[in-house]
Design a protein around this ligand. Structure first.
Ligand code: FRU
Length: 495
């Protein structure tokens, strides 16, 4: 079969003269470029890849298309850090120049094997706009940071029988001396699945079969992307990104959504006994998360703070998206909960604390730049509806609203000149079981990550405010009181 060629399938090595400099210049002055969220200097970022704490440093790789804000030839870009919050940009880690990755080095995860970092990824192959195949590949990072593609790539050529060309995103782990690779897959009947390969040496793989889960997916689910697996507090956890879920109550309102499943994995028997499952993040822009073990073995997560198929205002500046902040996972009340990673405290600069009382109406908290962390304890008193407005001005603002009667919290991003994504709705919501409210928000130029009650609900929201929209406003329809700490946050990554 002949390979499919299109302008968007070229690598950074094929950049025209000055092309990259021009791109950089065009996006560098954007008012929306995050200061401490991992983002591309230009081009489009999507999934976090190969996450690792390796040889004393944190490594984050990510899917990157350099030439504009669309999905084209994917590279693995690379940043590293010794504290999880100050990131250094490194040369592109994987440039897809080989035949076995002719249309992109797609997502994957890494694992330390014999003192080296094994970075598994998918070589994407296209024969036409619709027809594709996939190879599973390996690159190895030595302790000195040198990255080399495995000489006998691909490790797995093509896809097993019964599956379409959509087989990708390897996650490898070791259990009782055997290595297992999970892959997101689509069956020939066009439903989604997770398939498993096994290996004795992390290099030679054989197909084991499909993972059985006692989860009834609606027929509309046509693909599962980016499987992840880990153990946490005595539970086995699977995370994946199913495509084709339809909205249901508070859940699944994005074009693609992410769920976690808690239960018991019997990998030998290809069986995952599901005890519970739920959407991970209640917000708008959260997809393809990946987890890894931090310095002390804690389970950390980064996600793509973006959504496929949606046009973002920064697309016009030829850059798109960022990753989430690092989040630490835990299990509380039978649920998987996310909290900001402890290390984010290292970014704190000037702080300001205060207490506010409010009758029906609103009050401002002084603020002049959208680069802060806000921690607030709210006592809703007799109020029916109350909350916070961020990125606020006369005409703009991101609303975080609590409704005591219905015990819900919602986030509304409709009120911006550059409002976007409305085809999937401007509001996201979640139920709240507890009465007291703690809000912790990380605001960074064009993103807010909102953690309610230490992870009872978490909303990731990109917004693209006008220059003067930096206000923080408390509002209520009745008597409320709050205390808060606000921290300016330092720059964590170069623009
Ligand atoms: C998820 C995804 C992965 C794929 C990658 C390509 O967002 O579609 O399944 O490997 O992005 O960039």
């Amino acid at each position: 079969m002949t390979r499919y060629k299109e302008p968007k399938y070229r690598t950074i090595l094929e950049a025209k003269e000055n092309e990259l400099e021009i791109l950089k210049e065009k996006s560098v002055n954007s008012q929306w470029k995050p200061a401490y969220h991992i983002h591309p200097q230009f081009g489009l970022i999507n999934d976090p890849n190969g996450l690792a704490y390796f040889n004393g440093e944190f490594h984050v790789f990510y899917q990157w298309y350099p030439f504009d804000a669309t999905h084209g030839m994917k590279h693995w870009a690379h940043v590293k850090s010794d504290n999880l919050v100050n990131w250094e940009r490194l040369p592109v880690a994987l440039v897809p120049v080989e035949d076995y990755e002719s249309h992109g080095a797609y997502s994957g995860a890494s694992l330390e094997v014999d003192g080296k970092l094994y970075m598994y990824y998918t070589g994407n192959i296209k024969y036409s706009a619709e027809e594709r195949s996939a190879n599973q590949c390996l690159a190895i990072m030595d302790r000195d940071g040198t990255i080399t593609k495995y000489e006998n790539n691909p490790l797995i050529e093509g896809v097993p029988e019964g599956y379409t060309g959509h087989v990708r995103d390897p996650k490898v782990f070791e259990k009782d001396g055997t290595y297992y690779m999970l892959l997101g897959a689509q069956k020939t009947d066009l439903t989604g699945a997770i398939i498993v390969y096994e290996s004795e040496n992390a290099i030679d793989w054989s197909f084991k079969g499909e993972l059985n889960m006692n989860l009834e997916f609606p027929e509309s689910v046509y693909m599962l992307e980016c499987p992840d697996y880990f153990e946490l507090d005595g539970k086995d956890v699977l995370v994946f990104s199913p495509q084709g879920l339809q909205p249901e109550g508070h859940f699944y309102h994005n074009v693609y959504n992410v769920i976690y499943v808690l239960g018991k994995l019997d990998i030998e028997g290809l069986d995952f006994k599901v005890e519970s499952y739920e959407e991970i993040d209640n917000g708008f822009d959260f997809y393809a998360p990946q987890t890894f073990a931090g310095k002390n073995g804690e389970r950390l997560l980064f996600a793509w703070a973006g959504s496929g198929e949606v046009e973002y205002p920064s697309d016009k500046e030829d850059w798109a998206h960022c990753l989430s902040i690092p989040r630490q996972l835990g299990i509380a009340g039978g649920k998987l909960v996310q909290k900001p990673a402890e290390e984010l405290r290292l970014l704190r600069k000037d702080s300001e604390s205060g207490e506010l009382m409010l009758d029906a109406g609103s009050k401002e908290i002084e603020n002049s730049a959208n680069q802060y962390e806000l921690e607030m304890y709210l006592d809703g008193g007799e109020a029916g509806r109350f909350g916070l407005e961020l990125f606020a001005s006369e005409t703009e603002g991101l609303l975080i609203e609590f409704d005591s009667k219905h015990q819900t919290v919602s986030v509304n991003r409709e009120n911006f000149d550059a409002a976007f994504g409305g085809e999937y709705g401007f509001v996201r919501s979640a139920s709240l079981n507890s009465g007291t409210v703690k809000i912790q928000v990380f605001v960074d130029r064009s993103i807010a990550e909102v953690f309610i009650n230490d992870g009872e609900a978490v909303f990731t929201a990109r917004v693209f405010p006008g220059e003067g929209s930096t206000g923080i406003r408390l509002f209520s329809d009745g008597k409320i009181s709050c205390r808060y700490n606000k921290y300016e946050l330092a720059q964590g990554i170069s623009i």
